[in-house]
Design a protein around this ligand. Structure first.
Ligand SMILES: [Zn+2]
Length: 349
């Protein structure tokens, strides 16, 4: 085996010497993250095409869902694919200047009794033009009339979003912690060896032991950020290296990262990203020594913690100006899994 070349920096995710350098976002770009760390091009590309792409789908949907409560989240890219079906047409939802914006998910073509195109509805003029041209070229029509129809009034009451804490979102959280931990003073690659295994390992291997869903309230974290902000916190103490990720301030994953290397002092970094202003902040703080959440909740503890968690979600939304505070429920059917069905009230007010 070749000796690693000490002069060449190593990728924090795979430990290979960085031959082709890439810059990986600490907070994912799809959440609005800006600050980056060095890694190898292969890791950056593999992560982007695998778990990050999947985690993005879930979190972008949640971004739009939260916007639908009347909170002015940044109108970045997020699109919630086929979020809503109305009058037999499915719509993607995204965040525009004035709130949630619907867009036809796919063209709707209506045929007459003889199988001829009677009319079609398209996402934009370009798509409609293309379709019209193809009809004329194929001799199926002599002329095609195009008109612009105003966007439909979308009724968002009863909209529901399922938040799944599956392997992809867990890996995304773990990677966010690894990225931030490289900024710890005296950081050593060996400190995060445990977590690294799950990033590079078999995709089917669920990193459930290293990423614990946390329904308890961490006052010390919550008091340091604006409501609904994303957070990454990493800490190295004498006995452990760990992190906590909060998506939208409420979905929490406690990440075991590894063991401190002999001689490294205690240190902690707190990072937050505000989804309303887009402001990203990083600061060195005194270690908070957070309690690790239990791997399994007892039957007595479970409903109490769930209730507190859903209340926290609603409270943070109200604090951030929600005009339609959500009625968040956890379906009883999903109690055993890590999946949440969150829904808007059936009726406004
Ligand atoms: Zn790598």
């Amino acid at each position: 085996m070749a000796e690693p070349n000490n002069s060449q920096p190593l990728c924090p995710y795979c430990l290979a010497p960085i031959r082709i350098q890439s810059r990986d976002h600490i907070f994912p770009q799809f959440l609005g993250g800006k600050r980056k760390v060095d890694c190898c091009k292969n890791c950056d590309s593999v992560f982007g095409h695998t778990f990050e792409a999947e985690a993005a789908k879930i979190l972008q949907a949640e971004h739009v869902f939260i916007s639908s409560w009347g909170i002015p989240l940044r109108s970045a890219d997020p699109t919630w694919k086929t979020a809503h079906v109305q009058d037999g047409k499915s719509y993607n939802l995204s965040v525009g200047q004035t709130g949630v914006k619907p867009e036809l998910a796919k063209p709707v073509i209506k045929l007459d009794d003889e199988g001829r195109v009677e009319f079609g509805e398209f996402v934009d003029k370009k798509q409609a033009d293309k379709f019209a041209r193809s009809l004329i070229e194929k001799g199926k029509a002599k002329e095609v009339k195009l008109e612009v129809v105003p966007p439909p009034k979308i009724d968002l009451t009863g909209l529901s979003h399922t938040l799944v804490l599956g392997p992809d979102i867990r890996r995304a959280a773990l990677k966010m912690c690894l990225a931030l931990s490289t900024l710890l003073p005296d950081f050593k690659m060996e400190e995060i060896a445990e977590a690294r295994l799950f990033l590079r390992g078999d995709r089917r291997l669920v990193p459930v032991n290293n990423t614990l869903a946390a329904y308890n309230i961490y006052e010390a974290i919550d008091s340091r950020r604006k409501a609904l902000s994303h957070v990454i916190y990493v800490e190295r103490s004498q006995s452990r290296v760990y992190g906590l990720v909060q998506f939208f301030g409420v979905t929490q994953l406690f990440c075991r990262l590894g063991m401190p290397k002999n001689g490294s002092g205690s240190a902690a970094i707190f990072a937050s990203l505000d989804p309303v202003t887009g402001r990203e902040e990083f600061s060195d703080i005194s270690p908070l020594d957070l309690t690790e959440p239990p791997y399994l909740l007892s039957r007595e503890e479970h409903p109490r913690l769930m209730e507190g968690w859903l209340k926290k979600y609603r409270d943070e939304a109200i604090k951030r100006g929600a005009t339609h505070p959500p009625d968040l429920r956890r379906s009883s059917l999903e109690i055993e899994s890590n999946s949440f069905r969150l829904r808007r009230p059936d009726e406004d007010g």
